[in-house]
Write a protein that binds this ligand. Sequence first.
Ligand code: HEC
Ligand code: HEC
Length: 334
Amino acid sequence: MKKIIGLLFIATFLVSCNSGKKENDPYSKATKEIVSKDHPGKKLMETNCYICHSATAGQNDRIGPPMIAIKKHYINSKTTKEEFTSAMQAWIKNPNEADAKMPGAVKQYGVMPKQYFPKETIAQISEYMFDFGIEQPEWFENHFNEERGNSKGIGNGQGKKLGMKQTKTNFEDLPYGERGLKYALATKAILGKNLMSSIQNKGVLEALAFCNEQAYPLTDSMSVVHNALIKRVSDKPRNPNNKANSEELEYINAFKKVVANNEEAIPIVKESEDQVRVYYPITTNTMCLQCHGKPNETLNETTLVKIKNLYPTDKAIGYTINEVRGIWSITYDK
Ligand code: HEC
Ligand code: HEC
């Protein structure tokens, strides 16, 4: 066993850049937490949006505003669920500065990268956000009240209570697939935050240097924190160390079909006697195309030259949005 763990450790060093019920329903109060936990929109939101909109990232450590801020800017006492849902669908379809209801957030973080999400996914997330209190960071209440100059918003308190519960979730208690997914999403959030802030503050070339030098140690430190082997692998790798093996290629192809069908991907879980392996797709959004897009369209010449310089065998270009760039391949002991 010790040997295996040792090997995993070494392997980690070698791989990757890394890298509804309503309020007034008398029954809903008592069952609220159970119902909200079971609502499919909750998980969909955590999986698809929390990388950038999490409630738990610190104020100086964020990629985007927390979901509760979005909720408060999109819903007032007169907004219906239908209106909210269509406003969300419209934003996701075409995030742009002119339509943003949160100009402060655009200034702070840049416009949300465009990424494809199934319509049904956004409908479920919207319903969940509308019907339930959602997690809220500790600092948020004061910040929001300062910004708005008032003292009462919607969802006060209740979301915070749910949030406290959620942040205490122990990964080890989760079903295998979800546990692997949490490792992937936590790593993605760290990489994403660093990547987006380097691009924004220093430009694409500096960000490229960042990914070349830092994405790997960051992914590695996440492996250590979670005591799991966390890798990103691809059928068209930039770094040859991230090349998918034949089994992983099979899963990449399976996920390509899911994504092409505009379906929500669920993790693939494989168990052996004492280990669990979890696979989950990594898809592209507009931001990725600056380094993985089509030459002279989304990927400019200067960036391409630098990429070729750093990675003479690079295969990771030519992508558009909502394509499978690779997969998370996560291994942990039972
Ligand atoms: C600033 C440039 C840059 C941006 C933007 C960028 N990447 Fe990369 N990406 C890289 C570099 C450089 C590597 C190789 C890192 C290494 O040496 O391990 C890489 C590697 C990867 C890998 C590991 C597999 C491989 O090809 O080596 C995946 C998966 C990946 N990127 C996905 C994405 C996704 C998804 C996005 C958008 C969310 C994105 N990247 C945005 C530069 C970038
Ligand atoms: C890669 C990071 C990222 C992901 C993933 C992401 N967002 Fe965003 N989003 C942002 C950023 C940054 C902003 C703030 C700037 C802005 O408003 O465009 C934002 C703003 C928003 C806004 C407010 C827009 C406005 O200004 O009116 C909505 C609504 C939103 N996101 C919904 C979602 C939903 C729903 C998901 C998940 C399905 C999601 N986002 C996933 C980065 C992201």
